[in-house]
Ligand binder design. Structure first.
Ligand code: FAD
Length: 529
């Protein structure tokens, strides 16, 4: 039997994509090379947008108690002077989640695995490696090899390679790398301190040329330390338990008061694949891009891929969009991810300095800038690149907010209380009244919901967050996509019909004038991450 979507790789990105497709009822088969999940912490940070994506995957409740909201991300020099401070709101954000959330990746993967297990249309096969891939007009055929050497074929309408940095599916697609040539080796050490309290900033970077060091939360009860390899050191000198304890000692962490959970040297890279799709084969996550961890965005980027791809695959599989829509996946996401990689490199250039003179010049420049600035820096999430948007529309490609609303007797986050997916919302009245019956029926067939959202309206804008957004953008109606990004907005409620019409036209388009139109980057500003 042909499955709808085959996913190669059961890391966090493969798990999330499986859930987002399985929730929509698609038959999903996931194959994973290893019999057990990767046990060691890697990612420790996700941002507010990813909080909302995880909420849409049904794991918000399970996450409670497994994350710590981080208020500040501080960068200091060897003398303890502040080079730069990133401010983070722990209560409110654009997406209704704390701006920075610290967690432990294996715990998140366990939660996602449990969610996968609750969805009957998903099957996961561990200890099963994809070793061959053939694409045809109507589908793909994957050759699978089990640990005992047995082989067989899996047929699917689409295959998505969420198979990590050495992706086999990427090779099949024939993609090369756009490599920015930024690589450094770091020893990553996770400890479980007996006393979980931590003196000093929760998350900070010590930009000391004698040993550039990262000190961050690893989620509740955990601390993450990262130590850069110095030019005169070999990998072997750094990659040992003894080296880990030696480097932890100045931080008063020793075998008497902490357990060493793991130590491993990673080479951080900055690159993205130059093709993410070939016909019915696509890639997502580390298979498509890798970045240094200084912005805490590698997994976040992969989860954005999954959120972007899931609704597009859904519409194509349902026959509600032409498969040209899938081309917008890379044009939108690659622009965003390349900006995040650039940000990670800029942060890396601050800390990956082992030359004292170079560090002194950096300090002088940055301390001056920090004094002038005064307030913490608001780092911004970039908009999506050109793709599936209403051409020229205001705010297209930006994240639309999720705030608390009171609706139908319930109070909570908008997506939980009113619904996620396609949303047509207005502070000026009920947008469904502005749709002719044909457009209203078509929008409903997408699962679209409409909302009159305003203080005191049927969807009561409890904090006034929506009112502020509409006012800032000079908009009276907005059409939000299922990944939380704005398809388009317009200055009059009567324009709701035109927005829905533009979406319909965009989804049915069969010729490749798609990617260039609806240029989000041209019309958008960015959002704090
Ligand atoms: C030290 C460190 C710190 C980090 N910190 C952060 C952070 O704070 N925030 C953040 O967002 N990101 C961070 N990251 C990045 C994050 O961990 C990765 O981006 C994320 O794990 C990628 O997920 P993925 O699902 O794309 O790939 P992976 O997690 O690598 O999963 C890929 C899976 O595919 C399987 N596979 C591969 N080939 C095949 C095949 N042929 N057949 C079957 N299965 C196959 C593999 O076994 C693997 O399980 C960090 C990374 C490191 C190393």
């Amino acid at each position: 039997m042909t499955t709808d979507v085959a996913i190669v790789g059961y890391g966090p990105v493969g798990q999330l994509l499986a859930i987002l497709l399985g929730q929509r009822g698609w038959r999903v088969r996931v194959v994973e090379r290893w019999p057990e999940s990767y046990p060691l912490p890697r990612a420790v940070h996700f941002d507010h947008e990813i909080g909302r994506v995880l909420q849409s995957a049904g794991v918000a409740e399970a996450l409670a108690g497994l994350t710590v909201a981080a208020p500040i991300y501080e960068w200091r020099n060897a003398r303890g002077q502040t080079l730069i401070r990133f401010g983070r709101d722990t209560e409110r954000s654009l997406s209704g989640w704390p701006e920075s959330n610290m967690f432990c990746q294996p715990e998140l993967e366990r939660i996602l695995d449990e969610r996968v297990g609750s969805l009957p249309s998903i099957r996961v096969e561990r200890g099963c490696e994809a070793v061959g891939l053939r694409s045809g007009g109507a589908g793909v055929a994957l050759d699978l090899r089990r640990a005992d050497g047995r082989t067989r074929e899996l047929r699917a309408r689409f295959v998505v390679g969420c198979d990590g940095a050495n992706s086999f599916v990427r090779e099949h697609i024939g993609s090369g790398w756009h490599d920015l040539g930024f690589h450094f080796d770091w020893l990553v050490v996770d400890v479980l301190p007996e006393d979980p309290r931590w003196e000093g900033p929760l998350n900070w970077q010590l930009c000391d040329p004698a040993r550039p060091t990262t000190l961050v939360s690893g989620g509740p009860g955990r601390r993450r330390f990262e130590f850069m390899r110095l030019p005169h050191e070999t990998l072997d000198e750094l990659n040992s338990e003894a080296a880990a304890w030696r480097l932890l000692a100045p931080w008063k962490v020793d075998p008497g008061n902490a357990k060493l959970e793991r130590h491993a040297v990673y080479t951080f890279r900055a690159r993205w694949a130059d093709a993410w799709r070939n016909g019915r084969a696509l890639i997502a996550g580390d298979a498509a891009h890798q970045m240094p961890p200084f912005a805490g965005q590698g997994m976040c980027a992969g989860m954005r891929d999954a959120a972007n791809l899931a609704w597009k695959l859904d519409l194509v599989l349902r026959g509600l969009a032409s498969d040209l829509l899938l081309d917008s996946y890379m044009t939108e996401r690659a622009t965003h991810v390349s900006a995040m990689i650039q940000l990670s490199i800029e942060l890396g250039r601050i800390i990956c300095v082992a030359e004292p003179e170079e560090a002194a010049a950096r300090d002088a420049r940055m301390i001056g800038e920090a004094r002038q600035r005064g307030a913490p820096v608001d780092a911004r999430l970039p908009p999506l690149g050109p793709g599936c948007f209403a051409a020229g529309a205001l705010a297209a490609g930006q994240l639309f907010p999720q705030d608390v609303v009171r609706h139908g007797g319930a109070t909570g986050r908008f997506d939980d209380v009113v619904g996620g997916g396609f949303v047509l919302a207005s502070p000026a009245g009920d947008p469904s009244a502005a749709l002719d019956p044909e457009r209203a029926a078509w929008f409903a067939s997408l699962g679209g919901v409409t909302a009159h959202v305003s203080p005191g309206a049927p969807t009561d804008d409890v904090n006034g967050g929506y009112a502020r957004w509409f006012e800032t953008h000079g908009a009276a109606v907005v059409l939000q996509r299922p990944d939380g990004y704005v398809f388009g907005s317009a200055p009059r409620l009567e324009d709701a019909g035109a927005l829905v019409g533009a979406l319909r036209e965009r989804l049915s388009r069969r010729q490749a004038r798609s990617a260039a139109s609806g240029s989000a980057a041209a019309t958008s500003s960015s959002h704090k991450y």
